[in-house]
Design a protein. Structure first.
Length: 664
């Protein structure tokens, strides 16, 4: 890849990254000197190491590091490890790293939930109906129990799942029967949550598991403990505590920052901090303090998945996705960036340091040089939140030269599994039947999930082009994470985007008033997609298992280890997943073939890789069509071929202020 093309000098000597909003901000004089990940990609002299990229660099012991070339005798590890062992071990460690992030997040949520149930935090149980439904699913009879007692019982059971050593995970029983049988037959059903990460790390230690397939079984078990365990616990308990999302209109992109308010961006993943800040921002005491320094109030805006959490439940705006975190600061208009855990680039510290911006870390697990640390304690959540907001208010009078771009876009978000049920079937007969019926009759071709990160190493804005092509082909698109924020910037999360959908999809969604791309939340909320897929199976008419559905997932710009854990739990649950622009085992054909082909024999789903939006669309539509054929639904749907003229036509259908990698 030619990195020089990604970051050419623009007209005024400012960086020209091919993204309207980012470029607009970075070209202003106030942003001069701010270095972003896009700059660092361009400045790196060397391309990524091929051994590292393909998964065949082993540094698990001090006889190495060893770079392995598959099939070359002299290029095996000092210990004798071959490429397959090393690639499988590295892949497994990526899954362990990603899963552990969701697991620690899930545990944190479960503990905060339990503390709330005991009355020890200022949060409440906002969705008692979901609490009761969750209790029932866990085998707890909710009848005649007070909400707080029930919440303590549910919270205790779920907290215990993390340290459980034997038995199965309670929420896995939600999966279709046929899927549970697959897991039982293969022996990949998790026994507890934390145990599976520890065992995976043990097995990948030097001199333990040296059988690629055996390592990949444990990777699957660990990923399942993430998806059907930790992530699902995080989503369900966040909904019960902070409210189950319902459709809500709000805005995304850097233009949501406000000239006359104290701008506080909240960045990271765990909703407990953001929820407390949202409560405190409306506190009359805080509003009065903001007014005292000349601001109208406090404007809270999200970055990364914290943004998705507060957008889904509170309708608060998102200032930026992963690739925009430093650009948001480069406006010079942010009084504080408050971070917790995950996806926070260390580069935000020097970027904030160029301005009056207070960078505040809140988690004991994540400190950053140059940031000030205010420990967030959910037991005194409001006090902690007010202390943080006071830092921002104190910074407001120091705001100097700054620039807030005009770019912002309307979005409709809030498509929890419960909302989809309700919208499709109505309050009294909520069901997935209308979706299944319309897939069966061919108005909807199938369902695709576009999830995961955005990434400055990807040249094309794959998410957006791919989504447009899929909806034009009558595929309903589900999105989460930073992919969802990108879709929002491009205007795809509004009912107006139905103008770009195929006739069948348009007809169905116009009737229910849904956009063609449904925002289902943060990355832990990918568990909502597992539930939606399960619901489709249970509703009937589309096979007996998730692997029978005309459905497919992808993460075209994946960046974090969490994305790989998510991909693996989807594959192990029967939904094929395509990654881009690369796959982390390509240094070993043996392991890559196993992931791309053998997993299909085991799980009824496999991994794949693609690069351009067109390549993704072809593979995803082929996959959906093949599943339709297997279900006997193939005669109803011809593929619409997408050419450049159609792309241009769609482009004019909406004002696109997409913001993405630097070289689209
Ligand atoms: Ni997901 Fe969310 Fe974004 Fe990627 Fe990071 S914020 S948890 S990992 S970058 S989508």
């Amino acid at each position: 890849m030619d990195t020089s093309k990604r970051f050419e000098k623009g007209n005024g000597g400012c960086p020209s990254i091919q993204c309207e909003t980012n470029q607009d901000v970075l070209c202003q004089s106030c942003a001069s000197g701010v270095v972003t990940a896009a700059h660092r990609v361009a400045q790196r002299a060397a391309e990524p190491c091929l051994f590292g990229k393909g998964g065949t660099c082993c540094r698990n012991c001090n006889m190495g590091p060893c770079q392995i070339i598959e099939g070359v005798d002299q290029m095996i590890g000092v210990c004798g490890a071959d490429a397959a062992t090393v690639a499988a071990r590295n892949f497994a460690r990526i899954v362990a790293g990603g899963s552990s992030a969701h697991m620690d997040h899930g545990r944190g949520m479960a503990l905060a939930f339990l503390a709330t149930a005991r009355g020890e935090t200022p949060y409440e149980i906002k969705d008692a109906a979901k609490l009761r439904a969750t209790a029932q699913r866990l085998g707890i009879d909710p009848a005649d129990k007070a909400t707080t007692d029930l919440a303590i019982e549910v919270g205790t059971l779920l907290v215990n799942q993390f340290g459980q050593q034997e038995g199965g995970l309670a929420l896995m029983k939600r999966a279709p029967k046929a899927r549970q049988e697959v897991w039982a037959k293969l022996g990949v059903a998790p026994r507890g949550i934390d145990r599976e990460v520890v065992e995976l790390m043990h097995r990948t230690h030097m001199g333990v598991d040296q059988d690629a397939a055996n390592l990949l079984f444990q990777a699957a078990r660990c990923a399942l403990a993430d998806g059907w365990g930790a992530s699902m616990i995080a989503t369900e308990l966040s909904d019960v505590m902070f409210g189950t999302p319902v459709p809500i209109r709000t805005k995304v992109n850097i233009g949501v920052l406000k000239e006359d308010e104290v701008n506080v961006t909240v960045h990271g993943h765990e909703p407990v901090v953001a929820e407390a800040l949202a409560m405190a921002a409306n506190d009359p005491e805080i509003v009065a303090e903001a007014k005292k320094v000349g601001a109208k109030g406090v404007n809270l805006a999200g970055v990364c998945c914290t943004g998705n959490e507060i957008l889904m439940r509170r309708g608060l705006p998102i200032a930026g996705s992963f690739v925009q975190q430093e650009v948001v600061l480069a406006t010079g208009a942010v009084e504080a960036m408050v971070v917790d855990v995950q996806c926070i680039m260390q580069g935000v510290s020097p970027a904030a340091g160029q301005f009056h911006t207070r960078l505040v870390t809140t988690s004991e697990k994540a400190k950053i040089p140059g940031a000030r640390h205010i420990a967030f304690d959910e037991h005194r959540a409001l006090d902690s939140a007010k202390e943080i907001l006071r830092q921002a208010i104190a910074a407001y009078p120091e705001r100097g030269k700054h620039y807030i771009p005009v770019h912002q876009m309307d979005v409709v978000a809030g498509f929890s599994h419960e909302t989809i049920t309700y919208m499709l079937g109505g309050r009294f007969r909520g069901s997935y039947k209308p979706l299944n019926d319309n897939i069966a009759n061919g108005r909807i071709r199938g369902v695709a999930a576009i999830v995961g990160c955005d990434n400055y190493r990807v040249l094309e804005e794959v998410h957006i082009e791919l989504a447009k092509e899929l909806i034009a082909n009558d595929v309903l698109v589900l999105v989460t994470g930073c992919a969802a924020t990108g879709m929002g910037r491009a205007g795809l999360l509004t009912p107006e985007a139905l103008s770009m959908a195929g006739d069948g999809l348009k007809e169905v969604l116009e009737a229910v008033g849904c956009p063609p791309v449904l925002h289902m939340g943060s990355c832990v909320d990918n568990s909502r997609i597992l539930i939606a897929a399960t619901e489709m199976v249970l509703t009937g008419g589309l096979g007996n298992d998730i692997s029978d559905l005309p459905a497919v997932g992808c993460a075209p710009q994946w960046m974090s280890e969490k994305a790989v854990a998510i991909g693996q739990y989807f594959v192990s649950s029967g939904a094929s997943v395509i990654f881009g622009p690369s796959f982390p085992t390509t240094g070993s054909k043996v392991v890559t073939d196993y992931c791309f082909r053998e997993m299909e024999n085991l799980y009824g789903a496999h991994w794949d890789v693609a690069q351009t939006s067109n390549e993704f669309a072809n593979k995803m539509l082929d996959h959906i069509n093949a599943k339709r054929k297997a279900l006997g639904l193939d005669k109803k749907k011809e593929r619409v071929l997408f050419d450049m003229a159609m792309r241009r036509e769609l482009q004019t259908g909406l004002q696109d202020v997409g913001c993405h990698g630097p070289g689209a």
